[in-house]
Design a protein around this ligand. Structure first.
Ligand SMILES: Cc1cc2nc3c(=O)[nH]c(=O)nc-3n(C[C@H](O)[C@H](O)[C@H](O)COP(=O)(O)OP(=O)(O)OC[C@H]3O[C@@H](n4cnc5c(N)ncnc54)[C@H](O)[C@@H]3O)c2cc1C
Length: 385
């Protein structure tokens, strides 16, 4: 068997790339699981622009307009956006929708088929599969956070992996328009916990950074504290989020995108916007490279330039903010909560875009100059860009 482009990983990143590749190219998407979209490892909270990218309005479960942020000392910061700031999607359905788009564009989906190792012969890749092998002129590695392929091909690994757990409770949240965010070392060390209203279900989850053991005990503690322990658990799922993108995401005939390249947003852990944007750009750059018949690293470097142009700075800035965040003790978080809990600051925060959170820095600092005390060097750096 041989094809022009082999996409390893049938998640949203891989399927997005396959959906923009020309039908004139033969494209195969490998997915190790028998069904696309299973198992789910995601809260499904994205900006409306992610849904628009693939016209997946049919997968939306709820619309979110604001947030309640609970600080460790007891303060709650209530933020109200104007209109829809985020939507909750049914992630399984969303993935299947993306796979249908890839198929419509002419890609073949090989489900239940795992890529095991990749070699190179006479300028072509030979990928060993769980059954047989496949040759290809190019490969897009989009095999998620573990990315055995990126590691095996010597492209490196993201610098940090946070572990997450989530449960869908059969519980209707009173407030269907705001997500709840919980901060604190005893709640979710190195990250945060969330409760997302989805109609008759409430999706409660959290992540913890490495060195804090399993996230499970933190979830149980949160459920108990919030009085949710007895609620029926419709589904429990766990996973990991790679933080810190790979410095180089291209090589001869090869591109990496999405979680495989550590593209999740360092502050929220969301990876659908960045992964799918990168997937689209990877597809476009590969398409042009085939037209020129030039799949060299130099030709494919346009991919890195293009995704960096969209969200490279945001990833870098968010990573710096995250580094400051993980060093904060509960008392620092409470102090920051106090500085943010003013009408003028809440107004600024309510205009935020969860795909580009650090772009708020200049307006925030103007509304609350006292924030400079939290981390002067960091804030000045964000202002300078
Ligand atoms: C608890 C949790 C909550 C999250 N919540 C959100 C959220 O609310 N919003 C958001 O935007 N993001 C969220 N994320 C992150 C989001 O799930 C990922 O960023 C996103 O799935 C990345 O998409 P991807 O296509 O790059 O990788 P994946 O979705 O992981 O897809 C990769 C696919 O490749 C397959 N695969 C792996 N290895 C091989 C192989 N060797 N051969 C064949 N197939 C292979 C896998 O089975 C998988 O289907 C969350 C993550 C976690 C863990």
């Amino acid at each position: 068997m041989r094809c022009d482009v082999l996409v390893i990983g049938g998640g949203p990143t891989g399927c997005m790339a396959a959906s923009v590749l020309s039908p004139a190219l033969s494209t195969v998407v490998l997915e190790e699981h028998p069904c696309i979209g299973e198992p789910v490892q995601c809260a499904g909270l994205v900006t409306p622009r992610v849904v628009e990218m693939v016209s997946a309005q049919g997968t939306v479960l709820n619309r979110i307009e604001g947030a309640c942020v609970h600080f460790p000392g007891g303060r709650t910061l209530v933020l109200d956006g104007e209109g829809t700031k985020a939507v909750v999607v049914d992630r399984g359905e969303f993935d299947r929708h993306c796979a249908v788009l890839a198929k419509k564009a002419g890609a073949e989906l090989w489900t239940g088929c795992r890529g095991l190792s990749v070699g190179r012969r006479d300028g072509e890749f030979q990928t060993r599969l769980s059954e047989g092998s496949v040759g290809s002129r190019a490969i897009l590695v989009a095999d998620g956070h573990r990315s055995r392929m990126a590691k095996a091909m010597g492209m490196g690994m993201p610098s940090e992996m946070v572990r997450g757990i989530e449960v869908d409770l059969r519980l209707r949240a009173e407030d269907q328009r705001r997500v709840r965010v919980f901060l604190g070392r005893n709640v979710a060390p190195g990250f945060f916990a969330w409760a997302i209203p989805c109609g008759d279900l409430t999706r409660v989850g959290l992540c913890v950074s490495p060195g804090h053991g399993t996230p499970y005990r933190f979830l149980e503690a949160l459920l108990e504290r919030e009085g949710w322990q007895e609620a029926e658990r419709a589904r429990v799922y766990s996973g990991a989020i790679p933080i810190g993108h790979l410095p180089r995401t291209y090589a001869d005939g090869l591109l990496l995108a999405g979680d495989a390249a550590g593209m999740a947003k360092p502050l929220s852990g969301g990876g659908l916007f960045t992964g799918m944007t990168a997937g689209r750009l990877a597809g476009e750059v590969l398409g042009k490279a085939f037209q020129r018949n030039d799949l060299s690293a130099r030709s494919l470097s346009a991919y890195q330039e293009r995704w960096e142009g969209v969200f490279g700075r945001e990833l870098r800035d968010s990573l710096r903010v995250r580094q400051a965040f993980v060093r904060m003790e509960d008392k620092d978080l409470d102090r920051m909560g106090g500085r943010l809990d003013r009408e003028s600051v809440r107004k600024v925060l309510s205009t935020g875009d969860i795909d580009f959170p650090t772009t708020l820095a200049p307006a925030l600092l103007k509304a609350a100059p006292a924030l400079l005390a939290v981390s002067p060097a960091l804030l000045l750096r964000l202002m300078r860009g």
